[in-house]
Design a protein around this ligand. Structure first.
Ligand code: NAD
Length: 386
C-alpha cells in the first residue's frame, strides 16, 4: 500500500504559509510517498500549482485531498479537520496544551494527531524537525524589520554632509530563538542592541551575538533566575514578576525600540512592559510584541495583529504571527521540518504509532480515539474539570 500525504490551503486569517513546498513534495516522493495538493495551496507563498505538479504532486480539490490523504499536513489545524476520515493522521502545529477543545475533537473523530510543538527540542536527532525554532527564527528576523519600518529615525549611525545621526537603541526582551534572531537582525541594521532574558543561560547567547546584556536582579535570588524545565523559562511568582516589571520600568525609558518575545510554555505570556514604562518612553519609540495573542502579551495595551499609538506617541505593534508574513522562507523551513519528521512515523511506508519511540511519545497527541499524550490529556481533563 502506498501512503498518500495531502496538503490543503491554510484558512486562518492572514496566513500565507503552506505546509509543503514543491521541494518538500520531491523529498516525500523520493521516500516512495504519493502527494496530493489542493489547487492554489501555495499561492500565498508564491508557489504555483505548476511547480507542485512538476515536483510529482497531484493537484486536486480540497474535498478530494481530504478523501485521498492518509496523512494530512498543515501549519494550523484546519477548521474542517473532521473531513479527515477516522484512522487518518494529521500533522501540524496543533498546540494541544492550550487548545484542549481541538484535542477532544480529534480524539472523537479518531484522527491520529501529531503536533510539532511538542517535539523534544534538545534531542539532537529532532533538531531538523523543530518547527517552533524554524518559525520563531523567521518571526524574530521580521520583528526587527517591522520595528525599523515603524521607527521615525534611522537604525544605524549615519555620517552625512547634513550631520551625523545617532544609532537607535534597541532592547530585546526574551532571548530564545526569536529574540536572538531579532538581536542579530537589529545589529545587522546598525542599531546598538541590548538583550535580556530571565534564564541566566541566555545571557551567554546574547553576549555571543555582540549585544550588551541587560543585568537585572535575579528572581528568587538563587542564581537560577527564571530557568524552568527543558531549557524553557518557568512562570515567575506574582512577587517575582512585579519586581521584574519594576526593574524593567526603570530600564526601558532609554530605548527607542523594544522587541518582546517572552513566552512560558503552556502559560499566558508574562507582562514585561507596563503602562508606566510606555509612558516613560520617548515619543516616536516603537514596541513590537511578538507574544501578543489570544492568551495576552508582553506589553500593556498591545493588540494581537494591530497597531496602537499611545497618547504619548509610542507605537505598539502586536505581532504574533510574523512568520506568516515571510511566507516563502517560513514555508520552506516548515516543509523541511515535516520531511524530517514524517519518515519516523512510518514503518514499511505506513504510519505506525509506536509510543516506545522517544519522538513519537512526545508528538503523538491522539490515537485510536484516545488522548495519548500526557500533557495534552492533563490539559483536556483540566478544562473539562475532571
Ligand atoms: P520561548 O519561545 O518559550 O520563550 C522565549 C524566551 O522568553 C525564552 O528565552 C525565555 O527564557 C524568555 N522568557 C520567558 N519568560 C520571561 C520573562 N519573564 N522575562 C524575560 N524573558 C522571559 O523560548 P524558545 O525560543 O522556544 O527557546 C526555549 C529554549 O529552548 C531555549 O533554552 C532555547 O535555547 C532552547 N532551544 C534549544 C534548541 C536545541 O537545542 N536544538 C532548539 C530551540 C530552542
Amino acid at each position: 500500500m502506498t501512503t498518500t500525504v495531502g496538503v490543503v490551503r491554510e484558512t486562518a486569517a492572514g496566513e500565507r504559509r503552506v505546509a509543503l513546498t514543491p521541494d518538500g513534495v520531491q523529498r516525500l516522493r523520493a521516500l516512495g510517498l504519493e502527494v496530493r495538493v489542493e489547487a492554489g495551496a501555495g499561492e500565498g507563498a508564491f508557489l504555483p500549482d505548476a511547480d507542485y505538479a512538476a515536483a510529482g504532486a497531484v493537484l486536486d480539490t480540497r474535498a478530494k485531498v481530504y478523501a485521498d490523504s492518509d496523512v494530512l499536513v498543515c501549519v494550523h489545524p484546519p477548521g474542517d479537520v473532521e473531513a479527515l476520515r477516522p484512522g487518518r493522521t494529521l500533522v501540524g502545529l496543533l498546540f494541544p496544551v492550550t487548545d484542549p477543545g481541538l484535542t477532544r475533537r480529534l480524539a472523537e473523530a479518531k484522527i491520529t494527531a501529531v503536533s510539532l510543538d511538542l517535539l523534544p527540542r534538545t534531542l539532537s536527532r529532532a533538531q531538523a524537525m523543530d518547527a517552533l525554532t524554524s518559525q520563531a527564527a523567521v518571526a524574530g528576523y521580521k520583528a526587527a524589520l517591522v520595528a525599523a519600518a515603524a521607527y521615525a529615525g534611522y537604525f544605524p549611525m549615519l555620517m552625512t554632509a547634513a550631520g551625523t545621526t545617532r544609532p537607535a537603541q534597541v532592547l530585546v526582551l526574551g532571548a530564545g530563538v526569536a529574540g536572538l534572531q531579532a538581536i542579530a537582525t537589529s545589529r545587522r541594521l546598525g542599531a546598538v542592541v541590548t538583550g535580556y532574558d530571565i534564564r541566566p543561560a541566555a545571557h551567554a547567547d546574547i553576549a555571543s551575538t555582540g549585544a550588551t546584556v541587560l543585568e537585572l536582579p535575579d528572581p528568587g535570588g538563587t542564581g537560577e533566575g527564571g530557568a524552568g524545565e527543558g531549557g524553557y523559562a518557568r512562570r515567575l511568582t506574582d512577587a517575582e514578576a512585579l519586581a521584574q516589571r519594576q526593574a524593567l520600568d526603570a530600564a526601558i525609558a532609554r530605548f527607542d525600540i523594544v522587541i518582546t518575545t517572552a513566552q512560558v510554555p503552556g502559560r499566558p505570556p508574562p507582562l514585561l512592559v507596563s503602562a508606566d514604562a510606555l509612558e516613560a518612553m520617548r515619543p516616536g519609540s516603537v514596541v513590537v510584541d511578538l507574544a501578543a495573542g489570544a492568551l495576552g502579551g508582553n506589553v500593556a495595551g498591545s493588540e494581537p495583529g494591530g497597531t496602537v499609538v499611545t497618547g504619548r506617541g509610542v507605537t505598539l505593534i502586536g505581532a504574533a504571527d510574523l512568520a506568516a508574513t515571510v511566507p516563502a522562507a517560513a514555508s520552506t523551513a516548515y516543509a523541511r521540518n515535516l520531511c524530517a519528521l514524517l519518515p519516523g512515523l512510518l514503518r514499511d511506508g505506513v504510519v505506525t504509532v509506536d509510543l516506545d519511540d522517544e519522538i513519537q511519545a512526545a508528538v503523538v497527541v491522539t490515537h485510536d480515539g484516545d488522548i495519548v499524550n500526557p500533557r495534552a490529556r492533563a490539559a483536556a481533563e483540566e478544562e473539562s474539570g475532571s
